[in-house]
Write a protein that binds this ligand. Structure first.
Ligand code: ZN
Length: 372
């Protein structure tokens, strides 16, 4: 059968690929590249697309071309196969089978994937079962032991390695979850292949469950454990840059508890894992971990409100000691303070021994009797 020769337009391809578009400026788009921006959830992407000129270029992958080449590249096909597939879709799916003369219309499915985020009840169930099916690498365990945690605590906290490189094994894990009656749809980290099979993103690191006020797992933060890693230590278990995946949000983490009579106080600290470690080293006191000092302020206020804390000396914010050198950290702290003040809650910054960068380093040294 001979196909009528049709042109492949960028907007057709974009509608099929459902890329995660970050910015649009006229006919120029910036998107997360599904090949190299796979773990990104904020900032600009590396992929630039000009809809009118019918061109694309990924600045990290160094790959560029026209709409057909973009489709072929992202679908792992050669252009001949891609053309065949596209003509079938376009001639069957739309009426436009002739060469277009008009300027392309801009109607992409700009997907903000957090919108399909599954409710916390579902995420909690999925992540709980998921974690049971993962192991903790010796290398990752070693890392946690060095940070002052015990084996029992590590087990209790369900830190597990996410470096499952074997696709078959990952798919097997997903299959097990589905057989348990769980839906992976809208759960960050998971995505579907074109054949319908489920998979998840693997990372060179271990996960730290981030729990809400009620102890439900909201998301998994990932501590990257890789030598010479230049792209930061923490990520979220997220699949927002895969067309069938879901982006994680900046979840917060509530850990520990307070003794109603003696110690009615909570500590807000930067870092999900750090919250766990500090709570552990302070006999299980209540810590609220925020992913970064500059974000999740509203969620932190919400938790403190739920706890019923508001007076001076009830809420402390613990910031790394680089606070003194970094104006952006100071500014972020002031913003946080303002947010709390608006909610009628007074907070104090907890200073600690300046010889240590992090509060966890300090607590650990103290526990070892290395400092007062
Ligand atoms: Zn790329």
């Amino acid at each position: 059968m001979k196909h009528e020769l049709i042109d492949i337009r960028m907007d057709d391809v974009l509608n099929l690929l459902r890329l995660n578009i970050v910015k649009q400026h006229g006919n120029e788009l910036n998107a997360y590249c599904p090949k190299c921006d796979i773990h990104k959830i904020k900032g600009e992407g590396h992929l630039y697309i000009n809809v009118y000129k019918n061109t694309f270029f990924c600045h990290k992958c160094g790959v560029g071309g026209n709409a057909l080449q973009l489709y072929a590249w992202l679908s792992n096909m050669d252009t001949k196969e891609a053309y065949k597939e596209l003509t079938q879709i376009l001639t069957k799916g739309t009426k436009r089978a002739r060469k277009a003369v008009a300027e392309p219309t801009v109607n992409y499915n700009i997907t903000v994937k957090s919108d399909n985020l599954a409710p916390v009840e579902q995420r909690d169930k999925v992540y709980r079962e998921f974690i049971k099916l993962l192991d903790l690498d010796e290398k990752h365990k070693e890392h946690l032991l060095l940070r002052g945690l015990t084996e029992t605590f590590i087990k209790f906290k369900s830190y597990k390695s996410l470096n499952v490189r074997d696709e078959r094994k990952r798919k097997e894990i997903c299959k097990t979850l589905i057989e348990k009656g769980l839906s992976l749809e809208g759960v960050p980290g998971f995505f579907r292949h074109s054949d319908g099979s489920w998979d998840f993103i693997n990372y060179d690191g271990f996960c730290i469950p981030a729990k809400d006020f009620e102890g439900r797992i909201q998301g998994l933060q990932v501590r990257i454990v890789k030598e010479n890693s230049t792209s930061g230590k923490y990520r979220w278990f997220s699949s927002g840059n895969v067309p069938t995946g879901t982006s994680a949000k900046n979840f917060i983490h509530v850990t520990g508890s307070f003794n109603e009579e003696k110690c009615r106080r909570a500590f807000i600290i930067e870092g999900i894992l750090k919250a766990d470690i500090c709570s552990y080293l302070m006999d299980g006191e209540l810590f609220i971990g925020i992913p970064g000092i500059a974000n999740s302020h509203d969620s932190a206020v919400e938790v403190v409100k739920n706890l019923g804390l508001k007076y001076e000396g009830e809420v402390y914010v613990v910031v790394d000691n680089d606070y003194y050198d970094k104006k952006e950290v100071q500014d972020a702290f002031e913003k946080l303070k303002k947010k709390f003040k608006e909610a009628g809650i007074s907070i104090l910054r907890l200073g600690f021994n300046l010889s240590y960068k992090g509060f966890d380093d300090y607590l650990l040294a103290k526990a070892r009797g290395e400092c007062a």
